[in-house]
Design a protein around this ligand. Structure first.
Ligand SMILES: C[S@@+](CC[C@H](N)C(=O)[O-])C[C@H]1O[C@@H](n2cnc3c(N)ncnc32)[C@H](O)[C@@H]1O
Length: 393
C-alpha cells in the first residue's frame, strides 16, 4: 500500500509529489523490474512519479499470490493500475476476459499500456476512469487501492466502482492493517457490500467484497444519516465557486418571503436586501415558513432599489433580474458565474421599472406548460439552483 513519495530526487523546497498526481512533475527515469509469480514471470517498465517504482509492492504481490481464480470471461477491473502488475497478471490468467486498467496518473497509464503492448496482452484496455463506458459491469475488481488519498476520497472511489460489480461479481482488495483495513472492511459491510477477510500476512489483509444484493430493503437505497448529510453538503460547499445574494424588489407575501429565506439559507446566500413593500423576516407567517432558516441569512432593509443595487455592487455583485423582458436570456444560457445578485419582484407586478432599468442583465426560467409563470419563491429557488449549478467545480 505503499509509502508515499518523498522522492529522493525532488529538490528541497519543491512540493512533494504523490503517486496519484494526474501529471507527475518529477522527471522521467524509466527502469525495468521483474514480477515473478508461480504462473508467470514478466518484466515491467516503471518510472519515477508512479507507485512503487523500484519493486513490486509487497501488498500487490500478496494479492496476486493469494487472490482467487480469475473469472475467465467478462469485464475485469484493475482499480488504480499504476504501471500494471495487477492488470497484466489478470490479462495473462484470463486471456478471454477484457481487463480495464484505470488510473488518474497519466504516466502510470502510459507505462501500463506500453507494458501490455510489449507483452502482447491485447485484452487490456488502459484508460482514464471517466473513459470506462457507463454500461460496463465487472465480474471482478482487483485492486491495491490508493489509501493515501484519504478516507473520504477512498470511500467515494470504492463506492463508485463497487456499484458497477455484476450481482455475482466480487472485488478483491489488498489493504495494510495499519492503514485501516479492518475499519474499511466494516465500512464496506455497513454500506451493503458484504466483506470478508480471505487472507492475512505480514500486516496485509486481503478482503473479498461481494456485490450489493438488490433484494432487501436494507441494502437498497436508504436515507442518509445526519453525519452523511453534513459530509455531502460540505463536499458541495467545497465545490462551489462564487457568492450569491438576493434583492427582493417588493416581494409582499410573507409566505413567499419565508420560502425564499429557506432556499437562500440552503443555497448559502450571502445576504438579502429588501425593498418596500417586501414582507420582513419577523412577520409571523414568514417565520413559520422559513422554519428558523432566517438566522442563517443576513437581512438588510433598504428604502429603494437603487440603494440595494449600490450596496450589492459595492461588494462586488453583478445584478441579474429574474423577469421575462424582451432582452432576457434563458437561465441555462445566462452567464451566472462569479458573484451574482438575483433580483425578484412583486407577486403580481414583477420587477419595478427602477429595478428593470437598474439590473446588469435579465434572465427568465424557461417554462413548457400552459401556465406561463412561477410563484416568485419557486422562481427564486430555480434561479438560485441554476446560479449555484454554474459555479460547481
Ligand atoms: C497503491 S497504488 C497501486 C498501483 C498498482 N496497482 C500496483 O499494484 O502497483 C494505487 C493507484 O491508484 C491510483 N489512483 C489514485 N486515485 C485514483 C482514482 N480516483 N481513480 C483511479 N486510480 C486512482 C494511483 O495513481 C495509484 O497508481
Amino acid at each position: 500500500m505503499g509509502v508515499p513519495l518523498p522522492d529522493p530526487d525532488v529538490p528541497p523546497g519543491q512540493p512533494t509529489p504523490h503517486y496519484f498526481d494526474a501529471e507527475p512533475t518529477v522527471d522521467s527515469d524509466p527502469s525495468t523490474i521483474r514480477l515473478t509469480l508461480a504462473d508467470l514471470t514478466i518484466e515491467l517498465v516503471t518510472d519515477r512519479g508512479v507507485f512503487s517504482r523500484e519493486r513490486i509492492d509487497v501488498g500487490t504481490r500478496f494479492l496476486l499470490m493469494e487472490g482467487p481464480d480469475v473469472p475467465d470471461s467478462g469485464h475485469l477491473l484493475d482499480l488504480g493500475c499504476g504501471y500494471g502488475p495487477i492488470a497484466l497478471t489478470l490479462a495473462h490468467r484470463a486471456p478471454e476476459a477484457t481487463v480495464w486498467a484505470i488510473d488518474v496518473n497519466d504516466r502510470a497509464r502510459d507505462l501500463c499500456a506500453a507494458n501490455a503492448r510489449r507483452l502482447g496482452l491485447d485484452n487490456v484496455k488502459v484508460v482514464a476512469p471517466s473513459e470506462v463506458p457507463a454500461e460496463v459491469r465487472f465480474t471482478a475488481i482487483w485492486s491495491n487501492p490508493p489509501i493515501r488519498v484519504g478516507k473520504e476520497a477512498l470511500h467515494e472511489l470504492l463506492s463508485r466502482w463497487l456499484r458497477r460489480l455484476r450481482p455475482d461479481g466480487q472485488a478483491h482488495l489488498v489493504v495494510q492493517r495499519h492503514l485501516g483495513s479492518d475499519s474499511l472492511a466494516r465500512w464496506l459491510t455497513d454500506q451493503g457490500w458484504p466483506t470478508e477477510r480471505r487472507a492475512s500476512r505480514k500486516g496485509y489483509r486481503l478482503l473479498d467484497v461481494a456485490a450489493r444484493q438488490k433484494a432487501t430493503q436494507e441494502t437498497m437505497s436508504r436515507n442518509l444519516s445526519g453525519t452523511e448529510l453534513k459530509r455531502l453538503h460540505r463536499e458541495w460547499r467545497r465545490r462551489s465557486e462564487g457568492r450569491v445574494a438576493l434583492i427582493l424588489d417588493g416581494v409582499q407575501n410573507p409566505i413567499n418571503v419565508g420560502a425564499i429565506l429557506r432556499s437562500a439559507a440552503a443555497f448559502r446566500v450571502d445576504g438579502i436586501w429588501a425593498v418596500p413593500p417586501s414582507a420582513g423576516p419577523d412577520h409571523p407567517r414568514t417565520a413559520k415558513t422559513a422554519l428558523g432558516s432566517e438566522r442563517y441569512v443576513t437581512w438588510t432593509d433598504v428604502e429603494t432599489f437603487d440603494e440595494a443595487a449600490s450596496a450589492a455592487r459595492a461588494t462586488g455583485f453583478r445584478i441579474v433580474g429574474i423577469e421575462l423582458t424582451d432582452d432576457a436570456v434563458a437561465l441555462p444560457e445566462a452567464e451566472l458565474n462569479g458573484d451574482v445578485c438575483l433580483v425578484l419582484g412583486h407577486e403580481d407586478r414583477g420587477l419595478s421599472k427602477v429595478a428593470l432599468a437598474g439590473c446588469d442583465g435579465h434572465a427568465f426560467v424557461p417554462l413548457l406548460g400552459k401556465i406561463g409563470s412561477l410563484n416568485v419563491a419557486h422562481a427564486a429557488t430555480t434561479a438560485l439552483y441554476e446560479t449555484r449549478r454554474q459555479g460547481f467545480s
